[in-house]
Design a protein around this ligand. Structure first.
Ligand SMILES: *Cc1c(COP(=O)(O)O)cnc(C)c1O
Length: 368
């Protein structure tokens, strides 16, 4: 039996990709905002239903450079229940992450606990639409307005999602997307920022190209974060299939749901009203007291059958040894509880429903 990993990269047919990249041999333009880059950017703008977008080399630089573009200093309220990138982007900007606990039902930042963490040093909130679950954008927006602070969403998991019929990239001051190979939609590596204020776009355009604003003008200490033409071409091809891929994901997601929803001790992601989901991840939270076995037991049982689930997200980012305990003073007990029990199951468009059933049977056999 073949190994089943937590995700599998989506690819167009080889012919499709070759057709798309042929013109690169005519122009010999490989990077630096070429034809593919610009056309990919326009197509994404349409797909995400946003007015403003800037393409970047990956999702991490999207977050890092967006924070830099806003010239922030001080403290940033964020979630520890996320991928390393979110917190690293804050720290690499010389900002201090202040960790807010998560909502136990939705795994996103608990908007009711944000306000008590705000002080005169707070400059921004960086929430994460973790697993594609949308944060309480209405409440977060209200808080940000009240205190005049920025909101930058890590939307790496939320590609193509909508809330109340509005593209998710329209919320907050900016939203950062990732097109990494492992995500719902990929351009091999890639990322984008959607934003409401054109000044952010101008700044990002400079920052992704060494801060160069003209032939003799370097106005910012930028980085190199340009998306190359081959990646943009992959994005153009994959974008044509993303809707059908999300549809397949939905079928698989629903199969997991019906298999696991009545299993005492297995907590599943809650559906959200008014959200068009992309079905990006299928996390389960194993309450060992009710289930009679831990997530580790389930994980090894799956591994024995060559199924490789992952502990997304464990450990919490506030516990990373990289930070030497500098930011560990925080009350994040819900995040810790979930992080210690979560297991993300395989989910990708061509995962067989028979394999989904098999995975669920292995989990059920662990129950005591
Ligand atoms: C993948 C991911 C990122 C980083 O995106 P890259 O494109 O891999 O740089 C940031 N935040 C979250 C939550 C992610 O899952």
């Amino acid at each position: 039996m073949d190994k089943i990993f937590v995700t599998k990269s989506s690819l167009p047919s080889m012919d499709e990709y070759i057709e798309e990249i042929k013109s690169i041999w005519d122009t010999c333009w490989l990077t630096n905002m070429g034809e593919k880059h610009n056309s990919f950017q326009e197509k994404l703008k349409e797909y995400l239903s946003v007015d403003n977008i800037e393409l970047l080399v990956n999702g991490h630089m999207a977050i890092e450079l967006t924070l830099q573009s806003m010239k922030l200093s001080g403290e940033v309220i964020t979630t520890p229940f996320t991928f390393a990138s979110t917190t690293h982007a804050i720290v690499r900007n010389g900002l201090k992450p202040v960790f807010c606990d998560i909502d136990k039902d939705y795994f996103t930042i608990d908007a009711d606990k944000i306000e008590e963490l705000i002080n005169e040093n707070t400059c921004a909130i960086v929430p994460v639409h973790v697993y594609g679950t949308i944060c309480d954008v209405d409440k977060i927006d209200k808080i940000a307005k009240k205190y005049n602070i920025k909101v930058i969403y890590d939307a790496a998991h939320a590609f193509g999602e909508e809330y109340n019929g509005i593209g998710i990239g329209n919320y907050g001051d900016a939203s950062c997307f990732s097109f990494h190979a492992t995500k719902v939609f990929n351009s091999i590596e890639g990322g984008a920022v959607t934003f409401d204020n054109k000044e952010i776009g101008n700044a990002l355009y400079g920052l992704k190209n060494f801060g160069i604003q003209g032939p003799e003008e370097v106005s910012a200490v930028g980085a190199n974060a340009k998306l190359n033409e081959f990646c943009a071409a992959m994005g153009l091809c994959n974008l044509k299939h993303v809707e059908e891929n999300i549809k397949s994901r939905k079928t698989i997601y629903n199969r997991y749901m019906s298999n696991l929803s009545n299993l005492n001790g297995i907590i599943l992601k809650k559906d959200q009203v008014g959200v068009k989901s992309n079905y990006s991840y299928f996390p389960i939270v194993v309450d060992e007291n009710l289930f009679g076995a831990t997530r580790e037991i389930i994980m090894s049982a799956l591994e024995k059958e060559k199924v490789f689930a992952r502990k997304y997200f464990y450990p919490l980012t506030c516990d990373f040894s990289a930070y030497n305990g500098r930011f560990s003073e925080c009350d994040v007990s819900n995040a810790r509880w979930v992080s210690n029990r979560v297991l993300t199951l395989p989910l990708f468009p061509d995962l067989d429903l028979a394999d989904v059933d098999r995975i669920c049977e292995i989990i059920k056999k662990c129950k005591n």
